[in-house]
Design a binder for this molecule. Structure first.
Ligand code: FE2
Length: 647
């Protein structure tokens, strides 16, 4: 490329920057958030754009700021980590110690960054990307972003200077004393080395005080975060997917001396989508995912327990893990759990992008159910990790679900926060996936789908046929997906699997307020097929609470449940009238409240609490319970019965 074309690129860039500049000014004025005067004079607060674009938190736009060295830092400052010389373990609560502080401030905070070489020289191309955003500051220090952060005031002794040290004496008197504090960070093996940086100025106007030395993980190639999923309805094969820093194929060893070699895949920054504004996935949210290994264990027996371990002699092996296969399609009993919108939350009180506060108690409650042997399989129906372009958060999510997903089949549906992005073919043109556009989701959670980016499938477990769709891909009546779901549900042999459950992410019925909760076009196109296919139960997420309907069609109750002898609402589907719908998006994301005075005749139960749906199906009945994850109490229960299996 000659100098004239270089010139034109520069001109175009300047134009882009100018346009953006205007946009930034307008957005700053039209926003209630204040524009910080501490920003570089050429940098308008880009927070508004990035909040609009990616729904990211204030913490996550820190790296869009001019990050200066703080004026007059204490010459005694130290930041250090308690770690062994061999490196970090796969999971640690790491103590980060700060000392030598002359004036402790409530604005002092510590960020964990990874990889540790996140500096200007390491990402020269970002300069162009950043210029597009109107950010003309010198490149931010944290060009790879902070994984998490915490204020020093989280240590109750920091501001009051209980940890005093004398740095200078004269005649036995202390002339200069300093303060210090310590923070605990929950760190898991994310393969790339990490560093802790002490800032002052809060998140609004950060300046750098001191950086720690980088610290490595002892075994960055360690096989980790194994999770199971069904590949078919036989209950005799199950897929294991795991993460490692090593590209060479590894093995899963299981049962009595069986083994399978892994297929290895990954995705790169080039696979992430972006638009006029860089997406987090493509830009400052990127983190190398290492390699994703997957292998199918075959020759198993349904509803049986086996053990497995995965890895290789060169990178090491996982612990021996006990798991249970799901029941084969056509058998009688299924015990399952279902929920949507779980995400993840930090275990150390730190701040990170997009925290789902209920997720930890829900995972704990489900893990306890699995330990007591009461679960055959799990369904997570969209809005999985909420990484939304901050790729390291997939590792944290996979770590979080390990106690359940490594033990039973963990099946998923795609949600807006995995798939949606501008100009990428999603039905909804929103930036909700932060540029991921389904690529990390499909890599981490391979389901028995027809092809890449066609994330719909069905599976049979015991007496239940489960049809899982993507509400984020075309579902209109001429679409490939619609034609597939029509054929799939028409082909169900109801004498083998009397129950038909339909699952997806966005609901057709909710009493929660919110203009975009229900898409009337989706309801118009797909609801008639549910009735025609005699779907028994419809499960959706997206709205963050629990709600159950009558048997409903076109917003009219076609039938009401009757109380059985135990006072439990019972729907008799021997005389089928319409599906029962339940919204179950209450597994982690901040709850949606119901407005007072809901007057929807189709709405029979509304609960805004964290929890999950517990299902038990035989050929004669399905029992469904909404379990509060904190109290473990059943807050709603209903049954669907069938005396004949011809429907
Ligand atoms: Fe959603």
């Amino acid at each position: 490329m000659g100098s004239s074309s270089t010139y034109s690129v520069v001109l175009n860039l300047s134009f882009l920057v100018f346009i953006f500049f205007l946009g930034s000014s307008f957005a700053s004025f039209s926003s209630s958030s204040s524009s910080s005067s501490s920003l570089h004079p050429l940098v308008f607060n880009s927070k508004v754009q990035h909040l609009n674009y990616t729904a990211i938190s204030e913490f996550r736009v820190v790296n869009r700021r001019f990050l200066a060295e703080c004026p007059h830092p204490s010459p005694y400052l130290q930041i250090s980590i308690n770690s062994t010389t061999s490196g970090l373990g796969d999971e640690e609560f790491l103590s980060v110690n700060v000392s030598g502080v002359l004036n402790p401030s409530k604005d002092d905070w510590v960020a964990m960054i990874s990889p540790s070489h996140s500096d200007v020289s390491s990402c020269p191309l970002n300069e162009i990307l950043y210029a597009q955003t109107g950010d003309l500051s010198k490149l931010p220090l944290l060009c790879h972003y902070p994984v998490k952060a915490a204020y020093m005031s989280n240590d109750p002794d920091y501001l009051s200077c209980k940890k005093k040290e004398c740095k200078q004496y004269r005649n036995g008197q202390c002339l200069v004393s300093t303060c210090g504090g310590a923070l605990s960070f929950h760190v898991i093996n994310i393969r790339t080395d990490i560093e802790f940086v002490l800032f002052s100025g809060g998140f609004e106007a950060p300046c750098i005080l001191k950086r720690s030395s980088p610290v490595r993980f002892a075994t960055p190639n360690k096989p980790l975060y194994g999770h199971l999923s069904s590949i078919d309805s036989t209950g005799t094969s199950i897929r294991l997917t795991w993460v490692s820093g090593d590209q060479k194929p590894q093995q899963v060893q299981y049962g009595d001396g069986k083994k399978q070699t892994s297929q290895v895949t990954t995705f790169s920054q080039d696979d992430m989508q972006s638009s006029a504004l860089p997406s987090p996935a493509k830009d400052f949210g990127w983190h190398d995912p290492g390699f994703i290994h997957t292998a199918v264990m075959t020759g198993l027996k349904p509803l049986s327990s086996f053990s497995y371990r995965y890895g290789s002699d060169s990178v090491g092996w996982s612990n021996e893990i006990q798991f249970r296969t799901p029941p084969a399609g056509g058998s009688d009993e299924l015990k399952f759990l279902a929920f949507g919108d779980m995400g993840k939350a930090p275990r150390d009180g730190s701040t990170e992008h997009y925290i789902q506060p209920g997720s930890l108690s829900v995972i704990q409650a489900m893990a306890d159910e699995i330990n007591s042997g009461h679960v055959d399989s799990i369904f997570h129906i969209g809005d999985i990790s909420y990484a939304t372009g901050f790729l390291v958060e997939w590792d944290f999510f996979l770590h979080q679900i390990s106690p359940v997903a490594s033990r039973v089949s963990y099946m998923t549906a795609i949600g807006n926060h995995e798939r949606d992005y501008i100009d990428t073919g999603s039905v909804y043109i929103t930036p909700d996936s932060g540029g991921e556009s389904g690529v990390p989701y499909e890599t981490y959670f391979p389901m028995p789908t027809p092809a890449k980016d066609k994330p719909w499938y069905s599976i049979e477990q015991a007496s239940v046929h489960i049809t899982v769709i993507s509400t984020e891909h075309d579902w209109s009546q001429n679409s490939e997906q619609y034609q597939w779901m029509r054929r799939d549900m028409a082909s169900v042999d109801r004498s083998k699997t009397p129950w038909l459950i339909f699952m997806g992410h966005r609901p057709m019925y909710t009493s929660a307020e919110g203009l975009l909760n229900v898409d009337p076009k989706f309801v118009f196109e797909v609801e008639p097929l549910l009735l025609q296919s005699k779907v028994d139960l419809v499960l959706f997420g997206h709205v963050h609470n629990y709600e159950r309907t009558c048997t409903v069609y076109k917003s009219q109750c076609k039938g009401l449940p009757v109380k059985d002898k135990n006072g439990i609402d019972t729907y008799d589907h021997s005389n089928y009238s319409a599906p029962v719908h339940a919204v179950i998006g209450m597994a982690g994301f901040t709850l949606d409240k119901f407005p007072t005075g809901v007057n929807n005749p189709w709405s029979l139960s509304r609960i805004s609490q964290f929890g999950y749906l517990r299902g038990y199906a035989t050929k004669k009945e399905m029992k469904l319970e909404f379990v509060n994850a904190d109290t473990r109490k059943v807050e709603d229960r209903f049954r669907i019965t069938k005396t004949s299996t011809s429907n």
